[in-house]
Design a protein around this ligand. Sequence first.
Ligand SMILES: Nc1ncnc2c1ncn2[C@@H]1O[C@H](COP(=O)(O)OP(=O)(O)OP(=O)(O)O)[C@@H](O)[C@H]1O
Ligand SMILES: [Mg+2]
Length: 412
Amino acid sequence: MPIILGADPQTAASVLTVLPPGSQVVDSADRLLNWLSSHPDEYAVLIGPGVPVPEAIALAERLRTAMPTTTVVLLRHEVDTTVLTQAMHAGVREVLPSNDLAQVSGAMERAHALSMALRGSQSAGSGRSGGKVITIFSPKGGVGKTTMSVNLGIALMRGGANKVCVVDLDLAFGDIAITLQLFPSHSIEHAIGGEHAMDQAFIQELMTPHESGLMVLAAPSAPDARERVSGVLVARLLQTLKEHYDFVVLDTAPAFDEQTLTALDETDECIIVATLDVPTLKNVKVALETLDVLGVAEGRRHLLLNRADDQVGIGADKVEGILGMNVSVQVATSLDIAKATNAGRPLMLSSPSHPSSKAIRSLADRLMGLAPSGAPESAGVGSRSPISAAAPSPAASSSDKDAPRRFRLSRR
Ligand SMILES: Nc1ncnc2c1ncn2[C@@H]1O[C@H](COP(=O)(O)OP(=O)(O)OP(=O)(O)O)[C@@H](O)[C@H]1O
Ligand SMILES: [Mg+2]
């Protein structure tokens, strides 16, 4: 986010009103340089009227070579041609009256666009193709979406080899933060209004690091903020995060709301979480049909059967028949998982060799392309014969092709 140096409190306060949330004010060149050294993606530096012209020129010259994608804007109480000429020679891109907020705002938009264009061409040259968005979805609440999101996020890190973040898109009642025992000072709420000036530095300011190295973009602290998080904001957030992270894991609300639909649109791999109960399976079936209609992650959907060992008269093979897709991974009901949630330390960290951790890691391996995509994995799940990934599931078999598409479930 833009940073201002050398502005008196009144000027700083008025300029800040046209800068994006998260913009900084510093009172010395040393602090500015220090801050820039940890924010190499910064797109704009504003040098205020309090900095004498020779110092401002020297600073601009230094930044011109050290940070060529950063726009330097010189703010003066009065702009004269001598200053203008000197400034331009030093690489200052704009010299503006400090009280002309419309011009400052326009300069920031140009600075952001220029920085994105320059960095875009740099990253195109570096060959980075962008990370994967992995969405954990279920139309039902309480099935384990959040639990799987944090554990999968940690597994995808592979001990630090991959950069991974988790975004809590359960905007009204998200509990990624509490599940990881984090107390975020910022959340998605602070990105509201920033959709058109979104960059990595901006998002990084809003993230909360977990001790594991996982980065978390938390849900708003109050449910009413959900209404103000637009689909456009979600799309921009995800597109920007993809540029920086190898994997962006999304925990979602159990609903097809605007934000979830946008997220599904940006999704590379979709993990659908189901449990062995009739209402959940009915809703998952309907949700899968909706994903078909929307064309979401076709061929890149993975069914995660949670609490897969519950003895409730429906087994994983029956689930495959009902849903018409193979179960990719099964996680058994385990007191250790519930305890890990309550302790605020995910099972993947507290007990990496636990069967459930292994099962989730196998899914992570598949998402990373490290394991064959068909081989299902089960964790502490009964003695049922393993599901054959190669065999077509009953609902998808040719003998069933005349069956009505709508959900039918026999409770026998
Ligand atoms: N396999 C499991 N065995 C035991 N407990 C589990 C298992 N999976 C999840 N849980 C527990 O179930 C509870 C609900 O899980 P979680 O919060 O992950 O569900 P959710 O789908 O995110 O719910 P919501 O829709 O309300 O956000 C948590 O206390 C969690 O510890
Ligand atoms: Mg949840």
